[in-house]
Design a binder for this molecule. Structure first.
Ligand code: ADP
Length: 672
């Protein structure tokens, strides 16, 4: 033995006082002790004498109240929590009375555990070698419930030696075993001590177990009362593998055997989640509901937005809308059509003005509600007065017959063009062209039927009848339904190109001001973009509000995760203690629980997206009073929903994970 090497353990005047409220319990009252490399020492003493306290301090699971402790010549007192975890991981192997194995975990993974917290490669090989060392090579895939007590303790010993520690600390390692198994365990310890020179420190109260060691230290009332070498250490005999129970390593854990191996963290998370399937499913359900609600409601909002955008764009290309009434200074427009300032002649003037370049056509529009009768059928619908340019400007096509012509407009002809749904309501499948209809008791000849534009977000574009504007003013508005004035509600101006807009808007403004003999605008000119912007911001708000409402359920789902994770932390306190004892650092524990929480939320996110997209498809198919509600699940929304659900898992996992990581290893190990 190298004389110059420092003792493995050097304890000077160590005291430990537990304070319980106002009461102070002195567990150690000044212990000094040296243990050389390669010694096998038993610590004995009556219950309550301070043996476990001393073991915990020697094992760096606890810190002394005063005194110094040098492990391999290094002062332990100044070490941080992280460094202590590293010391436990590298230098110390623990063996406990109650074995302290992880639930549902195959032997080989139990043994690998300390290696997971150091960066070592070849974990599996080293774990198998350690199992072989304790004679359990053929039990590597057995779980604790499939192993006898003696075998479980041998797995624990394999775990203790797998990272080649300099010391094994064993706290009553044979306390739960019968005589034969106790002897076998002692034989393994003796061999490890002899063959590998591992220092072994025991706590036991059985003197026949202590007799297998080389030195016995007696502790009483927190003090060492004797420290004597064993004159003639007993050999425990052969430590052959338990010959009984030669079962096959059947029922292999699907998460660990065969196929590519998942990363440790994910494997542990999946195993923990699989252990409580119903609970996991219910927790996931919270996230599924939240995410699917967000996806479905946002798709409705986005769908509405797309429908409105499509409709404004479908009105025509490069359109300007002129409506009566000025935009006020503060930007709030007066109600459209309140001020009767636009006339049919204004439209003609704009279309014909030589000094307004880039204007293709201009069409005025004025409308009343009218009763339209054909034979025994009758419908109440919008009757729109306009001019021949309307069909070009508004991008309307005639499905049969023609639109109003310039001559008919000038002659104030009694002709009408039916929207497709009006045509269908009045004439069924028959072609109405050439037939006559009565609009508010005036007989009109049907000269055309428009192509269907379909029901859209802003009302049914096919539920309309067009007549020449001059006819509307003269023959329809003078009757009792009349609005009284001959003013138009909108003038649509079609431009050649979108880019001439600003100057054209200015020129049109000038023209109209001159015509109206005013200096202040008594009309408002807006472009399609202006309309898109205005309506876009409304629907965007709608989408965001819908999303936010659904987001609340996502938060509730997140709280569900937090709740279950907290339960999980409590349930697995012992597991956390074991992990910490073998050298898991804070971040290892935090990562483990965060992976678990995010697995739940990501799983819920994926299912939620599927459910959300599915239900938004269903909603799309619904027919609500003739109007279909279009939905649109954009990839952005899906990505967002997925990202948010993962973030929810992380966020709500942080608190429980932190709580787990903050557990005191000794208390966690004692937790039952
Ligand atoms: P042993 O292992 O020899 O039975 P312990 O080291 O467990 O003895 O306990 C020594 C003394 O310290 C006992 O009086 C015990 O009640 C007390 N003690 C141990 N742990 C705690 C604790 N966490 N808080 C308060 N008192 C404790």
């Amino acid at each position: 033995m190298n004389e110059e090497a420092p003792p493995v353990i050097q304890v000077r005047d160590v005291t430990k006082v537990y304070s319980m409220g106002s009461i102070e319990v002195p567990a150690l009252q000044g212990v000094s002790l040296e243990i050389e490399k390669g010694e096998m020492v038993a610590i004995m003493g009556p219950s309550g004498s301070g043996k476990s306290t001393l073991m915990n301090i020697l094992g760096c699971l606890d810190q002394p109240t005063s005194g110094s402790y040098l492990l391999n010549g290094i002062e332990v007192e100044g070490l941080s929590e992280e460094e202590l975890a590293e010391v436990r991981n590298q230098e110390i192997g623990f063996v406990f009375q109650s074995f302290n194995l992880l639930h549902r975990t195959p032997a080989v993974e139990q043994v690998e555990l300390p290696l997971i917290y150091s960066t070592t490669d070849n974990r599996r090989e080293r774990a198998l070698a350690a199992l072989e060392e304790v004679g359990l090579a053929d039990r590597s895939h057995h779980r604790p419930t499939e192993l006898s007590g003696g075998e479980q303790q041998r797995v624990a010993i394999a775990r203790a030696i797998v990272s080649n520690p300099s010391i094994i600390m064993a706290d009553e390692p044979t306390g739960n075993l019968d005589t034969r198994n106790s002897r076998e365990i002692m034989a393994i310890f003796q061999r490890l001590n002899r063959k590998h020179g591992i220092t072994i420190v025991f706590v036991t109260h059985e003197s026949d177990i202590a007799a297998y060691t080389q030195r016995i230290i007696h502790v009483q009332d927190g003090l060492i009362i004797s420290d004597e070498p064993v004159a003639d250490p007993q050999p425990a005999g052969q430590d052959l593998a338990d010959p009984t129970d030669p079962t096959d390593p059947s029922d292999e854990d699907p998460l660990s055997a065969g196929g590519p191996r998942l990363p440790e963290g994910l494997r542990v998370a999946l195993r923990a989640l699989a252990a409580n399937k119903l609970r996991t499913a219910l927790t996931t359900l919270g996230i599924v509901i939240g995410v699917s609600a967000v996806v479905a409601l946002m798709s409705i909002g986005m769908g509405a937005q797309a429908a409105i955008t499509g409709q404004i764009q479908g009105m025509g290309t490069n359109l300007l809308f002129i409506s009566p009434g000025a935009a006020r200074q503060d930007g709030v427009r007066q109600g459209a059509g309140t001020a009767p300032t636009l006339t049919m002649e204004d439209a003609t003037a704009i279309a014909e003005a030589a000094d307004v370049p880039g204007v293709v056509a201009a069409a005025p529009e004025s409308q009343i509600m009218g009763q339209v009768v054909a034979g025994s059928q009758n419908v109440r619908t919008r009757v729109v007065g306009t001019t021949s340019d309307y069909q070009e400007v508004r991008n309307f096509r005639a499905a049969s017959g023609d639109f109003i012509s310039r001559q008919q407009q000038e002659a104030r002809s009694l002709v009408a063009v039916l929207g497709s749904s009006v045509a269908k309501d009045l004439f069924g499948e028959m072609d109405p062209v050439g037939q006559s209809v009565r609009i508010n008791q005036v007989t009109f000849q049907v000269i055309g039927v428009m192509e269907s534009k379909g029901a859209q977000a802003m009302g049914n574009q096919d539920d309309v009848v067009f007549v020449p504007m001059s006819t509307l003013f003269q023959r329809l508005q003078n009757q009792r339904t009349a609005g009284g004035s001959r003013n138009v509600s909108t003038i649509y101006v079609q431009l050649e190109r979108p880019e001439v807009k600003t100057s054209v808007v200015e020129l049109i403004g000038q023209l109209l001001r001159e015509r109206h003999r005013v200096t202040q605008d008594d009309f408002t000119v807006r472009s399609q973009e202006d309309m898109l912007q205005a309506l876009g911001s409304v629907t965007m708000t709608l989408t965001v509000v819908l999303g936010a409402i659904a987001g609340i359920s996502l938060v509730v789902g997140g709280i569900g995760i937090m709740n279950i994770m907290l339960v999980s932390v409590t349930e697995r306190t012992k597991e956390i203690g074991i992990r910490k004892a073998v050298g898991a650092k804070r971040r290892h524990i935090i990562t483990q629980f965060l992976i678990e929480a995010s697995t739940v939320s990501i799983l819920g996110g994926i299912v939620g997206i599927l459910v959300g997209v599915g239900s938004s498809r269903l909603i799309s198919g619904l027919n609500l009073g003739g109007q279909s509600l279009r939905t649109q699940a954009s990839p952005t929304v899906l990505l967002l929903a997925f990202g948010v659900s993962a973030a929810v898992g992380l966020f709500f996992g942080i608190y429980p994970a932190n709580r787990a990581a903050g557990l005191n290893p000794i208390e966690a190990l004692r937790y039952e």
